[in-house]
Each structure stands twice: as C-alpha cells, then as structure tokens.
Design a protein around this ligand. Structure first.
Ligand code: 3H9
Length: 705
C-alpha cells in the first residue's frame, strides 16, 4: 500500500498520509504524496483538498534518519509544498497529535488549518542542531509574526492549539478535525473568496522585526557552538527583507550546511539514543507489567522530597514515611517550599500546587506502606541502614509490590537479597534535585523480575524521566565514570592546577562545554556526599587501594569543608560566589608533599581536557565490556541528561568517535608512560584498543545478547 493516497469524499479530494508510527516525511512518502497531488491536480471535478493523516498524529516532522544520507535534500518536499500552496483550489490541513517540524511546514503551505484542541504544534529542529528546512522560517513569520516565529524556532518548544489559534497559525479548533476540515474546505471553495497563500503575506510585525532579529543575533553570538541560532536570525531577516524565493534560498543553504555539522549529527544521535534506551534486550514492548496506583516514599530528606514531587506531579497518590514527626514535618516543609517556588516562577498555579500536595499523606509508621504498589526508599546512603530498611520493607510491603532503592553507588543485589524477595527489587538512581533533573538510572539487579523492570521503565516515562537501565556496579554508569573524572581533577590539583583552571577547561565550549566543572559540581552537591561514598568504597576493599586516591576530597571531608553549604570546599564561598581558596591550595601543596606528587608550575589546558575526558571514555568502554550498559548510546544519554555534558557534543562516546579512538588510545598510553601506571589508571580498555586498531567506532559497538 502506498504511504499517501488520494480519496474522493463527494466533491472533496482527501490526501491521506499513512506512514506509521508518526507519519514522518521520508523520501518514499514524498514520492507518494507527489503522485496523490498530481491526481488531485488532474481531477478538476474536485472542489478542494483536505490533507489528513492516519494513525496517532499528523506528520511529526521530516524523517530524522534520512538526514544521515549524504544525498538528502529537502528540495523535493519543498517543491511539493510549493505546488500545494499554488493550487487554485483550497487546500485545508486537518491537524491532530503532534504537528512538528516538516509537519507544521506542510500545514503552513496549506491555505487553512483546522486542529483538535489537544494538538501541539512546533518547530523543534533547533533541538537537532537544525533550522526548519521546509520554509518554516519563511512562512511562519509571514503568518504569525517574526516575534512568534523567533520564539517558536529558537526554543523548539511546541505550543498548544489554542495558542496557535491566538497566533493565527490555526484557523479553527474542533474536536472532529476531519469533519471540520472538510466543512471548511467546502466553505472556502464555495465562497469564492481569494485563496490565502502564506508566501504572499507580509509579516504582521514587519515594522518591529528589526529589534527581534537583533536580539536573536545577540543570543546566537552568546552560544556560537550552536550555529543554527545564527542561521535562524539570518532566515528571519530574509523573511522580512527579501522576496519569498530569495528567503527560500537563504534557508536552503543554511539547512544544507547545518545538517552536516558535528553538532547536528550529535543531537540527532541523541534523539535516537534516547528512544533506544527505552528498549530492554529480551523484553518485548508488550511485556507484562504490574499496576501502580499508589506510591510509598520512605525517607523524606532532600532526595525523598524531590522524588515524592515527581510522582505527585504525575498525579500519583503517595504515602510518605519518616522516622520521626519532626523529620516528616521537615520533609513536608521541603516539598511545600519547592512547590511555592514553582508557583512564584509561574510554572504552575497555586491550586495545582495544593492539589499535588493534597495527594500526599504521611506518617512515622512503615506499616502504613503496606498498601503501596511501589515503595521508593530514599534513606541516607549508608549500607547498614539500607540493609535494615530493606529487611523491614521486605516484610511490610504487600505481595507483588515493587521495592526501589534510591542509591547512587551501593550494591543493589545485596540490598535486594536482604528483602527476602529480590525479584521485586531494583535500584532507582534519581539525580538531585530529583523533581527537576531528567535522568533516572534504573538499576537492574541480578534477580530483578522482568515485569518489575518493565513496570518501572513505563513508570519513569509517566513521571517524565529519561530512564536508562544500568547493571550493578559501584556508581552504575554515571557515577562510575564521574569517579575517574573527579580522580583526575583532584590529581591535577595536587600537581598544581587550581580548580578554576580545571573547571574553566571543562566548562569552556572550545574544549568541552560542561554545564559545570568537576570542583564546582562537587562543591554544590556536597563534598561530604561524594567523599563518604569513596571512603566506604575503599573500606569495602573493592575500591582503589592507592593512599593518594581522591585524597583531596577525603581530606576536605574530614576537615568539615563540605563545599558551598559550609562556605569552603575546593573553592571558598563569598556570598555563594566561588572564589580562590588559599586554604585549599595550601592543603593541595601539603597533600602533594605527603604523597610524593611532583608539583608543576603550569599544566596546559590541553592536558587538563585529555585527563578529564579520556579516562572517562576508557571507563565507558569498560562499562560496555562488563555489560553494565546495554549500548553505547545509553552512556551518552546518562551524561547529557544527568551530568550536564553538552548535547551538541552527543555525549562522551559520540565525542570519542569524533576525536578518533586511535588518538585517545595513543594519549592514554602517553599518560601511562608520563605519569606512571602503578594503579592501572591509564590501562587502556581492551575493547577501546581493539576498536581503535580496527578503525571502528565505539558508538557502533553492539553486545551480542
Ligand atoms: C524536520 O522536520 C526538518 C524539516 O524542517 C525539514 C525536512 C523535511 N523521524 O518519541 P517516540 C520515531 S526535523 C524519524 O517514542 P512519542 C521514533 O524514533 C524533525 N523517526 O513516541 C520512535 O521509533 P521507535 C522535526 C521518528 O509518542 C517512534 O517514532 N520533528 C520521528 O513519545 C515513536 O517515537 C521532530 O523533531 C522523526 N521525525 O513521541 C519530532 N519522530 O519506535 C521528533 C518520531 O523505532 N519526534 N520517530 O523507537 C518527537 O518529538 C516524538 O517522537 C513525538 C512522539 C512527539 C512525535
């Protein structure tokens, strides 16, 4: 069956697109649409055309996978849009679902648009490092104004159908979009009114567009690593200053350049990696799941409070348990304060906040968790405490309830065994602040039942988390890699680099572009939190037995210098502003002397970058070899969604392939020789060396399951 066909409905032609799952514009769909349009053009008995879609949504965009083909061109689709727009009989788009990218551009080329009230419309190309390539930059400003177009294109965020109607993008809202589109098409055909072609309009705010475009240029200059932003400004300027064909040329050149940039390739890689991460090898999409209607949270500290909010935000009734009434009141206070700030920032209304708080009950008795379908324990990160809590939860939770242990490093298998029902248990590693951070590492234990894993993956989606499955090891995927990153950051501080230089390299987009460098990050998260887990790891005998291992963090912790909250950590804090700390520098000199570390006058920025990044990439290869992550893309999702790794670099694995594995292996070998490799820190992972020797990419590596 063809992916697009022309049907007749009385005097109307219906061009019906059917390209599951989201009716993306793939080259063969364009061919089919072309044929259907030709049939409409030839049948002069038809008074008008309605374009509609089968399935769950109107066209959700161009087929992103097709952009990797070097011969890809938006030209054929754009020519089709021009023919639709040029039609001398009215063409109406019947919109529903998610009308995105090329889908909205198709709608803009029609003469009128009808949408269901729940339709979302947007141009999300910027999230793929692109601009709209099918005249969205030319038609949208003409229809809705340059300011609205600029907002939609630079944010990439979809808008509601009512906002689209208010902006003049949608002409009519109707529950039955297909019927309403037919009625409108017949009305337009019968009215004799001139056909309204978007290309012929003048942007309603053309007079004031200069200021909007100047602001867009300023914003683009501030983020030069995202060249699509500058291209948006150029295209919008063309939409008011040039003819439609000239503007078309500006957009076409920019799109074709951008689609080849490493930034766009990186962001497209993340789009598919995020979806792949939801697929669990050996578990089908319709795998059995348990029903979750009521959620329990044990431990309502900062983490527990944030986790509770994630569930309440998704409408789940919750029961919170703390050891004391004081603790419970403190937890509820944290939740109330966080909601108050969301209301102040205008993100939700006071009523919504109260409704969410109203979903929560609380007590100090664990037995009250017995009617919950899942209990997330978020007690302090201490193995003995976690084990005792696990024992109690194993006894208290009802049959079939899921027990999730929120931990960032601890052995989930050991905790699971302690419950006496390991099949019901898995780890959930939420990131702080839990109600804001997107990432959720779902830790699959040795005995976790498949339906427990499937249930929690689906639940993660409902609470709007980006979930990635990790196996059990110290630190799982994210913190295991963060450990070597922090190790080198601290080693370099003992050798003479100051934290601001190291953070500067990590944060500088010319080098890496992390949201926050390693020292600033740990000072914010709490040096005590990070150091305590390292101390426990070493004590357990499984961690490095190198006396100098992360000695800086461990000593800061012992000295009570826990970062921002104590006013002193790697930095000193002056009114929450990180400033150079003479005390920490003296500590570095003392520790260097005590551990025989040679100090250097200066450490080059390039060395800092390599020493932060390459051990992480090496650890990623080990994580894959060990089967801790299912696929390379999962690692990139963990780092971009949870650790502030820049999306435009595609994550550490994608970046490794861009740098070249041969280079990375050679530099690892170099540092092994230059710095010594007594503790194996520079030992190249066999997988990494093998891939480098065979000219392969780490991103393409697949485990044979
Ligand atoms: C563009 O349009 C450029 C134009 O200006 C110019 C060129 C014409 N392409 O997310 P889901 C797949 S750029 C290819 O799990 P949901 C997705 O991989 C594009 N595939 O479902 C998945 O496959 P699988 C602008 C796509 O209900 C399946 O569909 N548009 C595309 O949670 C289901 O996806 C966008 O950026 C695509 N465009 O969310 C929109 N879209 O089952 C991107 C989806 O094998 N898409 N797939 O894993 C989305 O935002 C969401 O997918 C959507 C549905 C909201 C549509």
């Amino acid at each position: 069956m063809s992916k697009a066909e022309l049907h007749r409905d009385g005097r109307l032609g219906i061009l019906r697109i059917d390209n599951p799952p989201v009716n993306a514009i793939a080259p063969d769909l364009v061919t089919a649409m072309d044929a259907a349009l030709t049939a409409f053009e030839a049948d002069t008995s038809l008074a008008a055309l309605v374009i509609e879609c089968a399935g769950r949504t109107f066209v959700a965009g161009g087929d992103i996978a097709a952009f990797d083909d070097p011969s890809f061109s938006a030209g054929p689709f754009n020519a089709l849009l021009a023919r639709i727009e040029a039609s001398d009989r009215p063409v109406v788009a019947a919109l529903f679902g998610t009308v995105l990218g090329g889908g909205l551009e198709l709608a803009l080329a029609c003469h009128a648009r009808v949408a269901t009230p729940t339709t979302r419309l947007g141009l999300p190309e910027i999230t793929l490092g692109l601009i709209p390539g099918s005249l969205g930059t030319q038609r949208l400003p003409r229809l809705a104004g340059v300011a609205k177009a600029c907002e939609m294109i630079t944010s990439g965020k979809p808008i509601s159908a009512s906002a689209a109607a208010a902006a003049g993008i949608v002409d009519k809202l109707a529950e039955d979009h297909a019927l309403a589109a037919r009625e409108l098409a017949l009305h337009l055909a019968g009215s004799g009114a001139p056909i309204r072609r978007t290309r012929a309009l003048i942007a309603p705010d053309a007079d004031t567009a200069g200021a909007v475009i100047a602001e867009a240029r300023r914003a683009a200059q501030a983020r030069p690593w995202l060249p699509a932003l500058a291209a948006v400004a150029d295209c919008l300027a063309a939409s008011v200053q040039k003819s439609f064909p000239d503007g078309e040329g500006v957009e076409a050149r920019a799109f074709s350049d951008l689609v080849r940039t490493p930034q766009s390739r990186a962001m497209r890689h993340l789009f598919f990696a995020e979806r792949a991460a939801q697929k669990i090898p050996g578990l089908s999409r319709d795998a059995e799941r348990r029903t979750i209607s009521r959620v329990g949270i044990l431990g309502v500290g900062t983490m527990g409070a944030g986790i509770a909010m994630c569930f309440a935000n998704a409408g789940y009734p919750l029961h919170l348990v703390e050891t004391s009434q004081d603790g419970l009141d403190r937890g509820k206070g944290l939740i109330a304060a966080a909601y108050a700030s969301t209301v102040t920032r205008g993100l939700i209304s006071e009523d919504q906040a109260q409704a969410r708080i109203g979903l929560m009950t609380g007590s100090t008795d664990m037995a009250d968790l017995s009617d919950c379908d899942i209990v997330v324990e978020a007690v302090f990160e201490d193995m003995e405490l976690k084990l005792s809590v696990a024992r109690k939860l194993g006894a208290v939770c009802k049959l079939g309830a899921i027990i999730a242990t929120n931990t960032s490093t601890l052995d989930v298998d050991r905790i699971a065994r302690e419950t006496g029902r390991a099949g019901d248990v898995l780890g959930t590693h939420f990131f702080s602040p839990a109600h804001i951070m997107k990432l959720l590492e779902v830790v699959r234990g040795k005995d976790t039942a498949p339906e427990v894993l499937a249930t929690v993956m689906e639940l993660s989606r409902r609470i709007r988390k980006t979930a990635v499955v990790s196996g059990v090891c110290y630190g799982f995927i994210g913190n295991r890699m963060a450990e070597v990153y922090m190790r080198e950051s601290e080693a370099m501080q003992l050798e003479g680099a100051v934290p601001s230089q190291i953070d500067g390299v990590a944060e500088n987009p010319a080098f890496l572009g992390m949201a926050m460098g390693p020292s600033r990050m740990l000072d914010m998260a709490g040096v005590d939190v990070g150091a305590r887990t390292v101390v426990e790891w070493i004590k357990s005998g499984k961690g490095p037995q190198d006396p100098a291992y992360r000695i800086l963090a461990r000593t800061l912790y012992e000295h009570g210098q826990h970062g921002q909250k104590t006013g002193q950590g790697y930095y000193r804090y002056d009114n929450r502003k990180a400033v150079h700390s003479d005390d920490t520098q003296k500590l570095c000199r003392d520790l260097a002397q005590a551990h025989g570390v040679t100090r250097r006058a200066a450490i080059p920025d390039e060395e800092i970058l390599e020493r932060l990044l390459y051990p992480m990439i090496n650890e990623a290869a080990l994580i894959l070899e060990d089967g801790i992550a299912y696929r390379p893309g999962d690692i990139d999702i963990v780092w971009t969604a949870g650790y502030g790794f820049p999306a435009w670099r595609g994550g550490p694995v994608f970046m490794a392939d861009e740098i070249g594995l041969k280079t990375i292996v050679a530099r690892m070998d170099h540092y092994a020789a230059a710095l010594g490799n007594e503790h194996g820190y520079w030992t190249v992972a066999p997988l990494l060396r093998h891939l480098a020797e065979t000219n392969s990419r780490l991103s393409d590596w697949q485990r044979h399951i």
